[in-house]
Design a protein around this ligand. Structure first.
Ligand SMILES: Cc1cc2nc3c(=O)[nH]c(=O)nc-3n(C[C@H](O)[C@H](O)[C@H](O)COP(=O)(O)OP(=O)(O)OC[C@H]3O[C@@H](n4cnc5c(N)ncnc54)[C@H](O)[C@@H]3O)c2cc1C
Length: 544
């Protein structure tokens, strides 16, 4: 039985003002926030979601740029909690585009009647701990306020969009936007002179999708990435039937892999087989769709070392084969980072774009962008005239969406100050001095929904435990937080994700401390660690 929300008059309210009070406030209505709302409401808690956008979906609401799509297999990404939902929803493509995923999340929100507990256009500006009352006061940009005993930040790990501080942007007379804020009504690019800054996973999708329609495309590239063919296709009726019949096995397989994807590594080392056999496997998997090329390959391809270098050489050669002009090809071949140390983009004809007469690749590492002018972009060497300028410049990842909110914990300390040298948390979930605040956007990685579901379930059980045991607050011990932070640093130093200057370590944001922003552990290890903590009465946490 769900509890009714109770408006409570507060000491600091104006005449007649009542502030809504909830057991749990969730910030964000992406895949994580929606699931958290469903799970917490199921336990009879009063819950409200505050979402800055006008609809549900988070990433799949904001990223409307042409070409936006999964590189997770669609049917491995969807929610697993409802057999009915699994059987009702027909994924149309193996790697769904943004419109399909947004439709799916709207369908889910309607099916479980979630909207009645979501406030849209609700941009949270501050979250302040009330020491005496053991609760958080949450403020919205429009002046609205609410109280809650617990706050869950489902604010996303790639949601705080980032535009470099280019001089002169205000003077640009054309149209400009960031891919993560693509206008809902679309952008007319047909026949236009378009510039795209950024060639990460998003830039690669966008550039491929628009190159044929625009009049001229100038791509400003700082870092060449290792991209591999997605090989997307529609899901035919027989495959659809098989998928629906085998969801339990699909989810079981995902639960056993490091990144919660469906692909299992080959347990052999790339170096234990002959060069011929190694190449045969590389080629065979290259012809397969999605991430299988590396996540079902020799396990040590995804570890720093010689196997990784060998595979990187294979991918570089694949790039060279597709680009006609050898000078352009060399610019597109990554040479400054290890394969897999940055997020690996999948593509559907990306390299062939550079064989088109209307496409120009500008290497801004060679000749940096000096400023945006009223008519385009000026680099050290040239000026490029543009009608439309698109920033595919990524995100202030993981902590960005947290530190853009004024979160004040015990004693008035801000989370922004606390995270100045990198996130200080226990398992990414909580931070000392910020009781009852669950920073779940800092604790999930990999094939997202597979990782987010068990994490949200853990947080829900934790909240219910605190309440059932008549405690009012929970926060980590300083020792547990210090040990976890040390573990992230030490174990993180050995994995691929820390080897390049990428968003994984905050290196894309000037002034951001270099620190691994995700857990260094695999998904099964993280689940086991959390389960052990819970089974020991939330060891490493103080309950009061
Ligand atoms: C282009 C792109 C492609 C991706 N492809 C994949 C993929 O193939 N597979 C995969 O597993 N993952 C992928 N991801 C990662 C993706 O972010 C996750 O899969 C997932 O959508 C994250 O869900 P979330 O609910 O945790 O966060 P989000 O979807 O980011 O949602 C967070 C929500 O919080 C809201 N919010 C943030 N701050 C505030 C505030 N202060 N006040 C109010 N509301 C706020 C935002 O408006 C947003 O709606 C991709 C990400 C991007 C950007």
């Amino acid at each position: 039985m769900e509890r009714a929300q109770q408006p409570v008059p507060a000491a600091d309210t104006g005449p007649g003002e009542e502030i809504e009070q909830f057991d749990v406030l969730i910030i964000g209505a992406g895949v994580t926030g929606l699931y958290a709302l469903y799970r917490l409401r199921e336990r009879g808690l009063s819950v409200r979601v505050f979402e800055a956008g006008s609809g549900v979906g988070g990433t799949w609401y904001w990223n409307r740029y042409p070409g936006a799509r999964f590189d997770s297999e669609s049917y491995t990404y969807g929610y697993s909690f409802s057999e009915e939902l699994l059987q009702e929803w027909d994924w149309q493509e193996h790697y769904a585009g943004q419109p399909e995923t947004e439709r799916y999340l709207n369908y889910m929100a309607d099916k479980f009647d979630l909207r009645r507990d979501i406030r849209f256009h609700a941009h949270v500006t501050s979250v302040v701990w009330d020491e005496g009352a053991d609760r958080w006061q949450v403020h919205l940009a429009d002046g609205h306020r609410a109280w809650a005993q617990f706050v869950i930040t489902a604010v996303g790990s790639l949601s705080a969009y980032y535009i470099p501080d280019f001089e002169g942007l205000d003077s640009f007379k054309g149209v400009w936007c960031h891919t993560g804020r693509w206008p809902a009504e679309g952008l007319d690019l047909a026949g236009k002179r378009v510039g795209v800054i950024g060639t990460g996973a998003t830039g690669v999708q966008l550039i491929t999708a628009i190159a044929k329609d625009v009049g001229h495309l100038t791509v400003f590239q700082r870092t060449a990435n290792y991209c591999a063919p997605l090989r997307n296709a529609p899901i035919d009726p027989e495959t659809q039937r098989q998928i629906k019949a085998s969801y339990p096995e699909i989810f079981k397989r995902c639960s056993e892999t490091a990144g919660s994807f469906v692909h299992q590594f080959d347990p052999r080392s790339a170096l234990d087989v002959s060069p011929e056999e190694r190449l045969e496997q590389y080629e065979r998997l290259w012809a397969e769709p999605g991430f299988k090329k590396w996540l079902a390959n020799f396990y040590d391809i995804m570890l720093p070392g010689p196997a990784n270098e060998d595979y990187a050489a294979f991918v570089r050669q694949k790039i060279r084969e597709r680009v006609k002009d050898p000078v352009v090809a060399e610019k597109l071949v990554p040479k400054d980072h290890m394969f897999g140390s940055k997020r690996l983009p999948c593509e559907s004809g990306y390299y062939e774009v550079y064989n088109q007469d209307n496409v120009l690749l500008v290497d801004v590492r060679e000749a940096p962008i000096e400023r945006i002018t009223p008519t385009g972009v000026k680099t050290r060497d040239a000026e490029y005239e543009l009608d439309v300028l698109i920033f595919a410049t990524g995100y202030d990842a993981v902590t960005g969406a947290l530190t853009r909110i004024d979160i004040r914990g015990a004693g008035g300390q801000t989370l922004k100050d606390k995270f100045v040298a990198g996130p200080r948390t226990y398992m990414g979930i909580q931070s000392v001095g910020f009781p009852n605040l669950f920073t779940i956007n800092a604790a999930s990685v990999g094939n997202f929904v597979r990782a987010a579901e068990p994490l949200v379930d853990w947080v829900r059980d934790c909240i219910c435990y605190v309440r059932d045991q008549q405690y009012t607050r929970i926060a980590p011990t300083p020792e547990a937080e210090a040990a976890w932070t040390r573990h992230v640093e030490e174990a993180g130093a050995k994995i691929l994700r820390t080897q390049a200057n990428s968003w994984f370590v905050g290196a894309n944001i000037p002034g951001k401390a270099r620190f691994l922003l995700t857990s260094p552990d695999s998904a099964p290890v993280m689940r086991a660690k959390r389960a052990e903590v819970a089974s020991k009465g939330y060891a490493g946490f103080v309950l009061q």
